[in-house]
Ligand binder design. Structure first.
Ligand code: ARG
Length: 509
């Protein structure tokens, strides 16, 4: 065999420095140097498509085309799919028993070498598929070349990416569920803690602080649900579609699909190799998770300001300033907010890539991987940090309780009290509006107005309105289903328990 031999060989210039098994590439370099010169020195680089070409690719093309620096993380999935494909070739009579045994042993050996970092791609490997075929050829000689029968990189890469994403969607779900659990734990300690409820970021009505935290959990639970729902559609194997038209060899796409843990095989070979809905949809779910992280991130930023002072961050989840010794900054929350930008960008960029692509495979589709990998990496970075932030933050109960009635937050309660006495809401609203305006002018709170003044402001305002001017009363009163009354919040907590159990069960570490 004439390939560039041995990524293992330290003499090979600049192997891609990526660690194996899906870790984030580090120190990966683009195909640098003169590929042509290097190829001449090391023998022609192994390409999967050299036959009809007189010479090697131009360096500029090679540099543009190479994807191994980012698609190497698909190696474990490509190898898994290769084993299934080898078995299919055996069932089809295209590999005899001994050949299958040798093939499977070589794939296993290559898998170990990949996992241990002994086998790595080199700059001459165009993509992960090329690198792994080289590894197989190094181990098996000509027999290694039999695996490509009936298979194209087009159906391979679509299958690999689905395998990768289905596994990582479960990791994202695991981290998301941990964040939800952290929020649930804090919420359960603050079911009875009154807090200012806001609309337009203005004091609106008092709420239970636990209720507010659980509102974020509801969003994260929907996100996990979306991942599970996405997974049903993503659970399709593309292997057997070949380049685009299916295969003339007696392959077994259903069998391969089942072996790889997919629910089913493709129904249309063109669709199998050109469809990236699963990637786009994953990016949407990731972007929406990013938006939810950004929203809670923004709240934590607000809550930790001196002006709010609702929450104090643990030192382990706060940062300082290089010049201002007193600073304690909520960087985790800010990064959660900030990184939503790249998640949204990944989605919109990739939708733009897909738009207008003719069937079936186009090289544009190679652009699917980086946004998807970045989305996974970003979420797996942000989620544990935010979980730690929430789990360790100190909620300042007294500050929250003191602020809860601020800004005339009990005004609606007074109006609804009048309604219960038979006053049309329109008039009640008007009367309480006059009361608030009087309080603003006199710089007093609602409960500081005397009976006489109440009567002067509006005759509907009798002394008994003062009875509803209690934050606890206001919370208790919001007892309709889904409301902020502590009993209802406790119900919400109870309802979330089996939901989080179910999510945990689906997720994997
Ligand atoms: N690296 C390529 C990708 O990710 C693999 C498929 C290449 N197929 C081809 N026809 N050139 O899309």
């Amino acid at each position: 065999m004439t390939s560039t031999e041995h990524s293992e060989d330290a003499a090979v210039p600049k192997p891609f420095g990526e660690k194996p098994s899906g870790e984030k590439p580090s120190g990966v370099e683009p195909a640098g140097g003169t590929l042509a010169g290097r190829a001449a020195a090391a023998g022609a680089p192994m390409r999967l498509w050299g036959g009809r070409f007189a010479g090697g690719p131009a360096e500029a093309l090679a540099r543009l085309s190479v994807s191994v620096q980012f698609d190497w993380r698909l190696a474990p999935y490509d190898l898994l799919a290769s084993k299934s494909h080898a078995r299919v070739l055996h069932r089809a009579g295209l590999l005899d028993d001994a050949e299958l045994a040798a093939m499977l042993a070589a794939i296993d050996d290559l898998s170990d070498a990949v996992a241990q970092g002994r086998f790595r791609p080199t700059v001459e490997d165009e993509d992960v598929h090329t690198a792994l075929e080289r590894g197989l050829l190094e181990r098996l000689g000509a027999l290694g070349g039999k695996l490509r029968a009936g298979r194209s990189r087009n159906d391979q890469v679509a299958t690999d990416l689905r395998l990768y994403l289905r596994e990582h969607a479960r990791q994202v779900a695991a981290r998301l569920t941990e964040l939800s659990q952290a929020l649930v734990t804090v919420a359960s300690q603050h079911v009875e803690t009154p807090a200012p409820g806001m609309t337009h970021l203005q004091h609106a009505q008092p709420i239970s602080f636990g209720h507010q935290l659980l509102a974020h959990v509801q969003a994260f639970v929907r996100d996990t649900d979306r991942l599970r729902d996405w997974d049903r559609r993503a659970s399709v194997s593309a292997l057997g579609a070949g380049a685009l038209a299916g295969s003339s060899l007696p392959l077994d796409p259903q069998g391969v699909a089942a072996e790889l843990g997919f629910d089913r095989a493709f129904e249309n070979s063109l669709d199998a190799v050109s469809d990236r809905d699963f990637a786009a949809e994953f990016l949407f779910v990731a972007a929406l998770i990013g938006v939810h992280l950004s929203r809670i991130g923004e709240e934590i930023v607000l809550w930790t300001t001196r002006e709010f002072g609702w929450v104090e961050l643990d030192d382990a989840f706060a940062t300082g300033s290089s010049i201002m010794p007193q600073k304690k900054n909520p960087d985790v929350a800010e990064l959660a907010r900030g990184k939503s930008g790249r998640l949204i960008g990944g989605l919109t960029g990739f939708l733009a890539t897909l738009k207008g692509l003719p069937l079936a495979y186009d090289r544009d589709l190679q652009e699917d991987k980086e946004p998807v990998f970045d989305a996974v990496d970003t979420l797996l970075l942000v989620l544990p940090a935010l979980t730690g932030t929430v789990a360790t933050m100190r909620v300042r109960r007294e500050r929250l309780a003191a602020a809860a009635p601020d800004g005339f937050a009990l005004a609606t309660d007074v109006a609804e009290h009048l309604v219960r006495r038979g006053v049309p809401f329109r008039q009640a609203h008007e009367a309480v509006g006059q009361l608030v305006s009087w309080c603003v002018a006199h710089d007093v709170d609602l409960d500081e107005v005397s009976d006489d003044d109440l009567a002067v402001i509006n005759p509907l305002l009798t002394a008994d309105v003062r009875g509803v001017l209690s934050v606890q009363g206001a919370l208790q009163a919001r007892s309709a289903p889904g409301g902020t009354a502590p009993d209802r919040v406790r119900e919400q907590l109870a309802a979330l328990r089996p939901v989080l159990d179910r999510d945990r069960e689906w997720a994997v570490d």
